[in-house]
Design a protein around this ligand. Structure first.
Ligand code: M6R
Length: 612
């Protein structure tokens, strides 16, 4: 939800900012803008992507060693040049970029209008530019103090960067609810929504906390205060992220690269944790809470989107293996429906980005009721990772494609280890089975590797169905969340309407949609409900629907019925989601590419949803 970057140092700012915007573009890509300090504040902005901004500035004065830039995912005001950030104060002496939502912007706007300020955009951000300017003018305080006073009037979420023509060596940055990282180089500083634009230059970073304001000045140490004016000591950490991890590495799209990375990302998520020879699962991050987990009467999983689907797999895993009741909640619903929470409840919040606003709010709500909150996050140092009591990182590596792929399988791998760990300690599965399960889990990355060799076959199926308008995905038991996830992947990147459904529920409504045009993707692996799923396939065939089935290697029965079969290796029932999801990711990817869709940056979406 908007990417922001700022730079001060000896380099020309423009190339650093543009490269940074490209790295942050996954966060929003409907308009972009830049502000460079060169005696004046030179602002250039336009509708469209960062590449459009690059064309837009051709021939302009792009000099300067201090500046900031923004790539937008519109909340207030349609995506156009006027609403693009940065936003100027009226006299053009101040400029602001912002990620988040100012909830009381309408009140602030009308107050400022009454005082004679003229607004040119429809954004909530513009109020900040006028408000900070107004405070500077009337209170005669330093820029950072004006920002602090202004933020005390603001309700909502923000990560902002403010530049002032009268402070040509100073960047003021602040955050609440939206992420912000400062990179500390030898004689230069970077500010960004995440570390990806920074690591090329330095791996020394400061993760800003909520309600902190940083003053970042050329050749001076960083100063941090809170909006309540308490001084804070900046805490510089070493960030471990390689440059190759955030580049395409020869693949056409990040999504394809990330699908292909899954054998590696799954191994990384299990490394040092799944110790098969010792018959042990070691989840260091939640060690302190192990006993609480074992004694938990109830676990509530909260997440959004694909992470919610991983949570559903988690429900099946924990109930099946560890025999603890689990509820899975959309964070956006959970936070507003006055849920009943007890102090001995364990909440597991799942998030790739660690920045999803609804999940963050759900965590705060659970904490306020005394519950223990554990996180499963991919982004190290993210807001959710820091807001939870303890957690486990997925170690999937940076996921840039907006459609989540390797993060999902890594989340499921962590949930599998959690469930097995509890089950092993509680004795809800016999020791011999436990050991077999560990061995089987360890073999999963090899099985994913094998599935990736089916890419050409999946591409052929994609070619046949690329022009359909609707599709249905069916699964049962462990494969139901796989069906949901397969459908989400297809709709979000190819814009084909896709519905995930419990296979047996089809006859209660969706069966009415089936005709000879309708592809029905069925996850029909050989597990507990195999025979029932075959009956569901027959029901589709009786209505001339087309069946694309994901089946266990060597399956003859479904092959005789289905139009297409994708064979995946045999594994334990509870491990099937880890492998059955992969062919569906590839199917969506190829269909989207064949339809000329922007796979990595689908329309209307953004990678981190930092607004509710
Ligand atoms: O970063 P998070 O895991 O919290 O994000 C949750 C959803 O926004 C995310 O999974 C979204 O649904 C993806 N576009 C799915 O591919």
């Amino acid at each position: 939800m908007c990417g922001i970057i700022a730079y001060v140092g000896p380099r020309q700012a423009y190339p650093v900012l543009i490269k940074g915007l490209h790295r942050l573009e996954y966060r929003g890509y409907d308009s972009a803008g830049i502000c460079l300090m060169n005696k004046n504040l030179n602002i250039y902005k336009c509708k469209g992507k960062v590449s459009d901004l690059e064309k837009h500035v051709k021939g302009e004065d792009i000099g300067g060693t201090l500046g900031m830039a923004h790539t937008r995912w519109a909340t207030h005001g349609e995506p156009n040049e006027v609403n693009a950030h940065p936003h100027f104060s009226q006299d053009k002496s101040l400029a602001v970029i912002h990620n988040g939502i100012i909830e009381n912007y309408a009140t602030l706007r009308s107050e400022l209008k009454n005082r004679g300020y003229k607004f040119v955009s429809d954004t909530d951000t513009e109020v900040l530019a006028h408000l900070i300017y107004d405070i500077l003018k009337h209170e005669k305080v330093k820029l950072e103090e004006a920002v602090r006073i202004a933020l005390n009037h603001v309700i909502g979420a923000y990560a902002i960067v403010v530049l002032s023509k009268d402070n040509p060596d100073k960047i003021v940055a602040a955050r609440k609810g939206s992420p912000m990282v400062i990179g500390v180089g030898e004689d230069e500083y970077f500010v960004a929504s995440d570390a990806t634009p920074i690591i090329e230059y330095t791996n020394n970073v400061i993760f800003m906390n909520d309600e902190e304001i940083a003053v970042i000045e050329r050749d001076r140490p960083i100063q941090i205060r809170t909006v309540r004016n308490q001084k804070k000591t900046p805490y510089v950490q070493k960030m471990e992220m390689s440059l190759t991890a955030i580049e395409k590495g020869g693949f056409d799209h990040f999504m394809l690269k990330e699908i292909y990375e899954q054998p590696r990302s799954l191994r990384d998520s299990m490394r040092g944790r799944l110790l098969v020879n010792q018959g042990v699962i070691n989840l260091g991050g939640i060690k302190e809470y192990e006993q609480k987990l074992l004694n938990a009467k109830r676990i509530i999983i909260t997440a959004c989107g694909t992470s919610w689907h991983a949570g559903l797999v988690g429900e099946y895993l924990i109930e099946d293996l560890a025999r603890i009741p689990v509820e899975v909640e959309y964070s956006s619903e959970f936070r507003y429906r006055n849920p009943i929470l007890y102090e001995d409840d364990i909440i597991i919040a799942i998030s790739q980005s660690g920045e999803t606003a609804d999940t963050l709010a759900a965590i705060e709500l659970a904490k306020s009721k005394g519950a223990t909150v554990l996180g499963i996050c991919n982004v190290v140092g993210s807001s959710i990772a820091r807001a939870t009591h303890a957690g486990v990182y997925t170690h999937a590596g940076p996921e840039i494609g907006v459609a989540s792929t390797k993060a999902f399988t890594a989340q499921v791998a962590i949930l599998t280890m959690m469930a097995l760990k509890i089950a092993g300690s509680k004795g809800t599965i016999p020791r011999s089975k436990f050991q077999r399960y560990l061995t089987e889990l360890e073999a999963i990355p090899d099985k994913v590797e094998k599935i990736l060799t089916l890419d050409d076959q999946i591409k052929e199926i994609a070619e046949i169905y690329k022009d359909v308008k609707n599709s249905i995905y069916l699964g049962r038991g462990y494969n139901l969340p796989v069906a949901y996830e397969g459908a989400l992947k297809l709709k979000e990147i190819s814009y084909i309407h896709a519905e995930g459904y419990p296979a047996a529920e089809m006859k209660h409504g969706p069966i009415a949609l089936i005709d000879e045009q309708m592809p029905v993707v069925v996850i029909a692996t050989k597990n507990g409900t195999y025979d029932k799923v075959i009956s569901n396939i027959m029901e589709v065939k009786a209505r001339h629907g087309k069946i694309i089935a994901v089946v266990t290697e060597g399956d003859e029965q479904v092959r005789a019925l289905a139009d297409h079969c994708i064979e995946i290796p045999e594994t334990e029932d509870f491990l099937v989601p880890l492998i059955a999801t992969v062919p569906l990711q590839l199917l969506s990817y190829h269909i989207a590419v064949m339809r000329h869709c922007n796979v990595d940056q689908p329309r209307n979406l953004a990678k981190s949803v930092t607004v509710e």
